[in-house]
Design a protein around this ligand. Structure first.
Ligand SMILES: Cc1ncc(COP(=O)(O)O)c(C=O)c1O
Length: 357
């Protein structure tokens, strides 16, 4: 049975390799810096095992107050795991009073003033709720200047933003592939470890046989020898069915080209913004930044009242949008398969729904 599988054109043992290579081009990384594995939160924990190394003086994690809950749970549990109280160990970035998104200058100021105690800066590259994309380049540089390690959750950034993870010297990043990368619900996730770290032997890590040197893996020796790339963080062989779905999607990304996808995305989202701001209604308000460099393909609309019924009315018309408690409708014209006509038609549906509800 196993022999049969190994003789396939794409053997399961190496199936993930070409996916990592394609994925690397999407996030601005080198092939050896990216690995396809597990799910996002699992990868976040694995990265924190290696990159959250609190000491007596430097033990805090910096995160956004309204980060995705799974990230909050993960960082809080890591802090507790090291015997530190969450109250002492967590710094949460909050927008200024009366504002909904974070100002880069405020993020940089916190890093500058509290950086000596921060072990890890761990932000979502693009906030799932507001749609705000952070200035990862400047945040990483500011963090490094203060001696902090910097990681990003790119669940909403990968396949959506123009990323240069290698050049920005981000230490690590994690992301799922079932949003803009279309691998299907629960699809296999990915992980970036900067080249500066992939061969480090001083970093602790949780290990498994799939991270062991490929040349000797099947000799079944009991001493772990890590693969000299991000693949060294793998623990298990990955489900091929899930990788096959991702493979199909990545091929489309390669054919279209991430630069073209992003240029169309900017026009498409700009068009959506233009049409929505032209609607004469006091009930809706776009909270996503207007500067295209501070967002991706998502606009979050805050609905002042009856938001849920507005969302349901739009959904009834066959438009797939998303509702986030307490008051936000997220709209994401995905450049790979949404057209300018889709955006126009959506806005007609939105107008009708506003009149009806
Ligand atoms: C920003 C963010 N972080 C974490 C997660 C959790 O992902 P997973 O279920 O793959 O762990 C999600 C899922 O939607 C997310 O959007």
């Amino acid at each position: 049975m196993l022999r049969g599988i190994l003789r396939q054109k794409k053997p399961f043992t190496t199936y993930h390799e070409s996916l990592g290579e394609k994925m690397a081009t999407i996030v601005g990384a080198r092939h050896e810096e990216v690995v396809i594995m597990n799910s996002l939160t699992v990868n976040l924990h694995l990265m924190m095992v290696s990159f959250y190394r609190p000491t007596k003086k430097r033990y805090k994690i910096l995160i956004e107050k309204n980060a995705f809950p799974s990230d909050q749970y993960a960082v809080k549990s890591q802090i507790s795991f090291h015997g530190i109280s969450v109250e002492k160990g967590l710094i949460e970035l909050m927008p200024r009073k009366g504002e909904l998104t974070l100002r880069t200058e405020d993020i940089l100021e916190v890093i500058e003033t509290e950086g000596k105690e921060i072990a890890l800066i761990m932000l979502g590259g693009l906030n799932y709720y507001t749609g705000q994309a952070f200035d990862m380049k400047r945040i990483t540089a500011a963090g490094h200047k203060m001696g902090c390690t910097v990681g990003f959750d790119l669940a909403h950034g990968a396949g959506n933003l123009d990323l240069k993870l290698h050049d920005w010297k981000v230490d690590f990043a994690v992301w799922c592939t079932y949003k803009y990368i279309n691998s299907g619900p629960g699809g296999v996730a990915a992980c970036f470890v900067h080249q500066d770290h992939i061969k480090r032997v001083d970093l602790p890590r949780f290990t498994g046989w799939w991270g062991h040197d490929k040349a000797t893996r099947f000799l079944m020796d009991d001493t772990f020898v890590p693969i000299q790339s991000a693949e060294g963080w793998q623990m298990s062989n990955e489900t091929v069915i899930s990788m096959a779905a991702l493979s199909a999607s990545l091929d489309i990304f390669m054919e279209a080209g991430i630069e073209q996808i992003i240029s169309k995305s900017r026009l498409l989202t700009g068009y959506l913004e233009f049409l929505i701001t032209g609607i004469d209604s006091e009930d809706i308000d776009i909270i996503t930044p207007t500067d295209p460099s501070e967002r991706g393909a998502q606009l979050s609309i805050r609905v002042s009242h009856r938001g849920r019924s507005l969302f349901e009315e739009i959904s009834k018309q066959g438009v797939i949008i998303d509702w986030r408690e307490p008051d936000v409708i997220r709209i994401a014209p995905a450049p790979l398969y949404n057209s300018f006509m889709d955006v126009y038609q959506f806005v007609q549906v939105l107008k009708e729904a506003l009149n009806k509800t």
